[in-house]
Design a protein around this ligand. Structure first.
Ligand SMILES: O=P(O)(O)O[C@@H]1C[C@H](O)[C@@H](CO)O1
Ligand SMILES: O=c1cc[nH]c(=O)[nH]1
Length: 312
């Protein structure tokens, strides 16, 4: 039985479920190059309400610049500073109440970032934080460029669980995401008719090639027929896109009382092929689609009305 996660604390504070933290004089968030003694975390981050995470540092910088404009903040936002510049593992930017952070590729990378980010939000005494992963993915049976809002993150056997090995034992955690937030995002998508947005299951794998049933890796031990049979089974189980972080993201955020969503654009339809052939311009525009949807949600939550501009 997965440990159930969704019980956000009434205070709206971010929960850390680790008794050892209270005994530590100082907490060094090594991969973020931040710490409780070296930085005044409540002053730096206490007013953060939205955290957006995504694989690439450039995407997350562009998102912070875009949000700067969308929120009507002073200046053009072009010179946003990397708060984690002292570490070359992750990049972090802020635009008003929005924090934008890169997490690299795959579960181990996002997991390290999330442990430190969640402790950061806890030390900073942030309240009522919404966290959203804005990513890219491979679609299943849907048009390239579609945006999928995840209702359930599932593993490569289509189960809603995240397995973490702890002291040699497998601990199974729930991958529930916030249903109201997913519906709110879907409602916001109706303001942006330029691309299809849908709700579906997202399959999270440990690998981009064999792990996602690709025939074009350096290793491949299965036939084209077996690949398609697997992907069709995934489709029949409700999976509409495939990426590499959603189960760990849902499990960690859920256990720590964060309202979380996963919004990924699809770069191709995996029932039609494996290689990503779209041009850089097309891929850049695709990456902006989840950003535009999140901007619409943030503007609505802040009472700023519909989105102003397409991201550039
Ligand atoms: O957030 P991104 O777009 O990096 O997420 C997906 C999943 C993998 O990390 C990566 C593979 O190309 O893209
Ligand atoms: O096919 C894809 C595309 C992007 N990211 C993935 O994990 N898979």
């Amino acid at each position: 039985m997965p440990i159930s996660s969704l019980s956000p604390p009434r205070s709206g504070l971010v929960l850390v479920k680790n008794p050892h933290l209270d005994l530590m004089e100082e907490d060094i968030l090594y991969h973020l190059d931040l710490g409780t003694k070296t930085h005044n975390l409540p002053a730096m981050f206490g007013d953060i309400k939205f955290v957006c995470v995504g694989g690439s540092p450039n995407r997350m910088r562009a998102f912070a610049q875009f949000m700067h404009r969308e929120l009507g903040l002073a200046g053009d936002g072009e010179d946003v500073a990397d708060i984690c510049a002292g570490s070359d593992r992750y990049a972090m930017y802020r635009a008003g109440p929005v924090l934008s952070i890169s997490h690299g590729m795959g579960i181990p990378s996002i997991s390290i970032m999330l442990h430190e980010l969640i402790k950061l939000l806890h030390h900073a005494k942030c309240r009522d934080v919404t966290i959203i992963r804005i990513g890219t993915s491979g679609g299943l049976g849907i048009k390239a460029g579609s945006v999928v809002i995840t209702d359930t993150a599932v593993d490569s056997s289509f189960q809603p669980r995240f397995e973490q090995v702890v002291l040699g034992d497998v601990v199974v955690r729930s991958t529930e995401l916030d249903k109201d937030l997913a519906e709110e995002l879907l409602a916001c998508s109706r303001e942006i008719p330029d691309f299809p947005t849908l709700i579906g299951h997202t399959m999270c794998t440990y690998d981009f090639y064999e792990g996602q049933g690709r025939l074009d890796g350096a290793l491949c031990s299965f036939s084209s027929e077996k690949k398609l049979e697997y992907l069709r089974r995934a489709y029949d189980a409700g999976v509409r896109n495939i990426e590499m972080e959603s189960t760990a993201f849902a499990a960690l955020c859920g256990l720590c009382g964060l309202k979380a969503a996963v919004v990924c654009v699809t770069l191709l339809d995996r029932l039609e092929g494996d290689q990503i052939r779209a041009s850089h311009e097309v891929l850049w525009e695709y990456q902006q689609r989840p950003q535009r949807l999140i901007a619409a949600l943030i503007r609505k939550r802040l009472g700023l009305g519909p989105a102003l501009l397409p991201a550039d």
